[in-house]
Design a binder for this molecule. Structure first.
Ligand code: NAI
Length: 210
């Protein structure tokens, strides 16, 4: 498995496998065939087998998949068997909503700090997390082993802030600002754009009416 390049399409599907397997575990299911999993997930059984074969399969002929084992292995692949410290920059509507969502922590994403340039927001707390001024950001990142920075600031501010966090050694940016960030090749940017998702939904509404 080590060193093998896994396609981004497979990586994108893994969280969904993880979610289904978690639900199966909660309902006491210990093993499942690719056919049963396929029915539940509305993905072909061959797609499931192909996807999971990327990681050595985990399945056994005639037995199916051991749910807990597969769940644990996918967590390791996704790196969510360990926790990741995160900060949110921009403590407005979206930044506060992210900080308020306690369930990220269940997946190991721990919001350690919130930052904003607006002095009126500085000092308030969201789910016990204090909003700090931007001048404290660099020291905070270094002192708290921050791996992920969520950017929930206006798009014209995002490039300069991204540059500052990259200069501190941060390698992962969760970007909500509606702009593409130019970062060095060793920095990963995951863009999340709800409006793009809505546009895809709109396309499908239009298509279904044709
Ligand atoms: P907001 O106006 O409520 O919050 C933005 C916050 O960023 C403000 O508190 C502001 O003081 C702060 N800020 C501005 N410049 C900053 C800087 N240089 N450093 C630190 N903080 C700074 O806006 P809202 O609704 O929370 O949206 C935030 C951003 O996220 C916007 O760019 C918006 O377009 C985007 N957005 C993206 C979505 C997505 O799906 N990707 C969904 C909703 C909003």
């Amino acid at each position: 498995m080590e060193g093998k390049e896994i396609s981004q399409a497979v990586i994108r599907r893994l969280p969904r496998y993880y979610r289904y397997l978690g639900e199966l575990m909660e309902s006491g299911v210990e093993r499942i065939s690719s056919n049963e999993l396929s029915e539940r997930m509305k993905v072909t059984a061959s797609q499931i087998r192909q996807d999971l074969n990327n990681f050595g399969g985990f399945g056994q002929q005639g037995y199916g998949y051991n749910v807990k084992y597969l769940y644990t292995e996918i967590a390791k692949i996704l790196g969510i068997d360990k926790s990741h410290n995160m900060i949110v920059i921009g403590a407005g509507n979206l930044g506060q909503a992210i900080a308020n969502y306690a369930n990220f922590e269940k997946r190991g994403f721990v919001v350690k700090g919130l930052f904003d340039i607006n002095p009126r927001l500085q000092g308030i707390t969201v789910r016990g997390i204090e909003v700090r001024g931007m001048e404290e950001m660099e020291d905070f990142i270094r002192a708290n082993d921050i791996e992920i920075v969520a950017l929930t600031i206006p798009k014209n501010k995002a490039p300069e802030v991204a540059e500052r966090v990259v200069a501190c050694g941060v390698k992962a940016i969760w970007n909500f600002a509606h702009t593409d960030l130019n970062v060095p090749p060793d920095v990963i940017v995951e863009n999340v754009h709800l409006s793009e998702s809505l546009m895809r939904l709109s396309y499908n509404i239009v298509k279904s009416k044709k």
